[in-house]
Design a protein around this ligand. Structure first.
Ligand code: BG6
Length: 518
C-alpha cells in the first residue's frame, strides 16, 4: 500500500514544475534569545542584522525578546543605539525607520562580567520577567554563544550551576565555531555541553551550511542522475575548493591570533564543503541521515603524516599590498598584531578520501585573507578524453569543469569545448550557466537567518554533530601541530591582493594541474 502511494506521488510530480519535500506547517511561538557577547563583531555584523531582517519580513512571532549580555557598561538605550548604528551601516540590511521602531522594543541589554555568579542571578530574574510562555505553556529560551571559544565553557558551567539549562525553561544552545582548538579540547567542550544539555538541545553552528548555494549541493547531486553516474574517481580528475577573502581581520586580532586560518576556515567551512561533495546518498532527508553520511567522509579522510605536511600543504601570511587599487597593510601591521606574529592567514593543501568512490582523487583546498578578490567556489574537474583526436593545437584541451560558485555571485556552470566556426580544429571552452539571481530574481537568503529560524523550529539538519567535529579535528590536528612546531621563516610570503604564496601554485603544478578559480 505504502509502495503504491509512493509510485502515485512520483507520477504526479512528473507533471509539476517543482517538487516539494513535504514540510510541516510550523507556527512560530514566543521565544527569548539570550546573546552572550551581544556587543561583539558577530552580533553586530551578522546576528542582529539577520534577526532584524526576519522581523522585517514578519517571520518572527508577535512575542519575542532578544536579551544581549556583554561586558560593556551600557544602558539599554545606549545598546539599542549601538545596534541601530550597526544596522544602518550594514550592507545586508535595508534599513526602515518604521521597522526599526518596532524591532527595538524587542531588544534588551544586561551588562555584566560573564565569569561572575551575580550576572547569572540577574539573568535569572530578567528571564523571569520577560519570558512569555507558548500556547502549551513552554518557556522557550535560546542561548547564543557569540563569544571567543575560550569563554564558552565558563558560561555553560555557570548556566548549568544556576539551573538555567534543563528544568523550568525549555532551552537550546547555539555554539559558534571553532569548537575547541583541537581534538582533545573539542571532546572536553562536548563533555561539558552534554553534561549541561541534552544532545537535542545543542546546535553547533557552521554558517556555511546555512548558505543557499551550499544547501543546493545536496539537491543538485541527488536530484540529477546525469551527474551522479560520473561523480567518482573513474571520471573526476580532481576537486578544488577556494574560499578566498579580500578582507583582512577587521577588529578580530585577538581571536585570529589564537585561531589562524586552519582553525578558522579549514577545520569547519572547507571540510563541510568536502563532506557535501563527497558524501554518499543519504537514506532519507532527515538530519541524522545526512549527518551520518558526512561523518563517514570525515572519517575516511586520509590522515596526513607529519613528514607529508610539508609536501601536501602550504601556509602563508599576507604582507602589505593593494586591493581594488587601495593600499592595505600587512598582517603584522594590523591593529593588535605583533610585528613578529607567525599566525598563518593562508592555507592550501591536498586532501584524499580513502573510500571506493574517491580513492586517488585529490581534493585541493585553498583559503586566505586579503586575496585578490572574494570568491568561494568548488571546481570539479573531469578527466580528459582517452584519445587525442584533434591535431597539435589541441594537445592540451581545457578540461570539462563543473563550477559551483557559492559567492559572491551564486551560480552553477558547466564548461565544455565547442568547435570554433570556420576555423580548422579550433576548440573553444564555453560555460553553460545557471544563476540564482537571473532564474529566481532574488538573492538567496542570508545564512544566519535560515539557521536561527531552523533552531527556533528545532530542525538540526544544518547543524554539526559532535562526531563530525571530532573527525574534522582529527584531519587537521597533525597539520596544525606540524606547522606550529616549525613555523616558516619566510613570513610574510604573499602580498595582499594576490592569490597567495607561489608554493600554492606549485602544489598543483608538480602534479600537472593548475588552480581553476582566478
Ligand atoms: C567566519 C570566519 O567563520 O567566516 C571569518 O571566522 C570569515 O574569518 C568568515 O571572514 C567568512 O564568511 P563568509 O560568509 O563571508 O564567507
Amino acid at each position: 500500500m505504502v509502495q503504491k502511494s509512493r509510485l502515485d506521488d512520483v507520477a504526479v510530480t512528473k507533471y509539476l514544475q517543482t517538487c516539494d519535500i513535504p514540510v510541516e506547517e510550523f507556527k512560530m511561538e514566543p521565544f527569548t534569545l539570550v546573546i552572550f557577547g551581544g556587543t561583539g563583531d558577530l552580533s553586530r555584523k551578522k546576528l542582529l542584522p539577520a534577526l532584524y531582517h526576519l522581523s522585517q519580513k514578519n517571520e518572527l512571532p508577535e512575542h519575542f525578546s532578544i536579551l544581549s549580555l556583554g561586558g560593556s557598561q551600557l544602558e539599554e538605550e545606549q545598546y539599542r543605539a549601538l545596534i541601530e548604528r550597526a544596522l544602518r551601516g550594514s550592507e545586508e540590511v535595508c534599513f526602515s525607520e518604521e521597522k526599526w521602531a518596532g524591532f527595538r522594543r524587542h531588544l534588551f541589554y544586561l551588562s555584566g562580567n560573564l565569569e561572575e555568579e551575580g550576572t547569572y542571578q540577574r539573568l535569572c530574574s530578567r528571564l523571569d520577567q520577560m519570558v512569555v510562555p507558548t500556547q502549551e505553556g513552554r518557556k522557550d529560551v535560546v542561548y547564543y554563544m557569540a563569544l571567543p571559544p575560550q569563554t564558552t565553557p565558563t558560561v555553560v558551567n555557570l548556566l548549568h550551576g544556576h539551573g538555567l539549562c534543563r528544568g523550568p525553561l525549555d532551552t537550546k544552545i547555539i555554539v559558534e565555531k571553532p569548537f575547541g582548538k583541537d581534538l582533545s579540547s573539542a571532546a572536553q567542550l562536548n563533555r561539558l555541553l552534554t553534561g549541561a544539555f541534552d544532545e537535542r538541545q545543542i546546535y553547533r553552528i557552521d554558517h556555511y551550511l546555512g548558505k543557499e548555494t551550499v544547501q543546493n549541493i545536496i539537491f543538485f547531486r541527488f536530484s540529477n542522475s546525469i551527474f551522479e553516474q560520473i561523480w567518482n574517481h573513474r571520471y573526476i580528475d580532481n576537486v578544488q575548493i577556494t574560499v578566498a577573502e579580500d578582507m583582512g581581520i577587521d577588529s578580530r586580532a585577538r581571536f585570529y591570533e589564537q585561531a589562524g586560518v586552519i582553525r578558522d576556515i579549514v577545520q569547519n567551512h572547507i571540510l563541510q564543503l568536502i563532506g557535501l561533495i563527497a558524501m554518499e546518498p543519504p537514506v532519507g532527508f532527515e538530519a541524522d541521515f545526512i549527518r551520518d553520511e558526512k561523518t563517514k567522509v570525515f572519517r575516511s579522510l586520509h590522515p596526513m603524516r607529519e613528514e607529508k605536511v610539508d609536501r601536501f600543504t602550504v601556509i602563508g601570511q599576507y604582507g602589505p599590498g593593494k586591493i581594488n587599487g587601495k593600499e592595505v597593510p600587512g598582517y603584522r601591521q594590523e591593529k593588535g598584531i605583533s610585528t613578529d606574529s607567525n599566525t598563518a592567514t593562508f592555507f592550501a593543501g591536498a586532501f584524499y578520501i580513502a573510500n571506493w568512490r574517491w580513492a586517488g582523487v585529490p581534493f585541493y583546498v585553498r583559503t586566505g585573507k586579503r586575496m585578490t578578490r572574494r570568491i568561494t567556489e568548488i571546481a570539479i574537474q573531469f578527466d580528459q578524453p582517452p584519445l587525442k583526436l584533434f591535431g597539435r593545437t589541441c594537445d592540451v584541451l581545457e578540461p570539462n569543469l563543473l563550477l559551483l560558485t557559492i559567492q559572491p555571485e551564486e551560480k552553477i556552470s558547466l564548461r565544455f569545448g565547442v568547435k570554433v566556426p570556420r576555423m580548422a580544429n579550433q576548440i573553444y571552452p564555453i560555460d553553460m550557466k545557471f544563476s540564482y539571481q537571473e532564474t529566481f530574481q532574488a538573492p538567496p537568503s542570508p545564512a544566519y537567518e535560515r539557521l536561527v529560524l531552523d533552531c527556533l523550529k528545532g530542525d538540526l539538519t544544518l547543524f554539526v554533530r559532535q562526531d563530525q567535529i571530532e573527525a574534522m579535528w582529527e584531519a587537521v590536528d597533525p597539520i596544525i601541530s606540524c606547522w606550529e612546531n616549525q613555523p616558516p621563516k619566510n613570513f610574510p610570503n604573499y602580498a595582499a591582493g594576490t592569490w597567495g604564496p607561489a608554493e600554492a601554485s606549485q602544489l598543483l603544478e608538480q602534479e600537472g594541474r593548475r588552480w581553476i578559480t582566478d
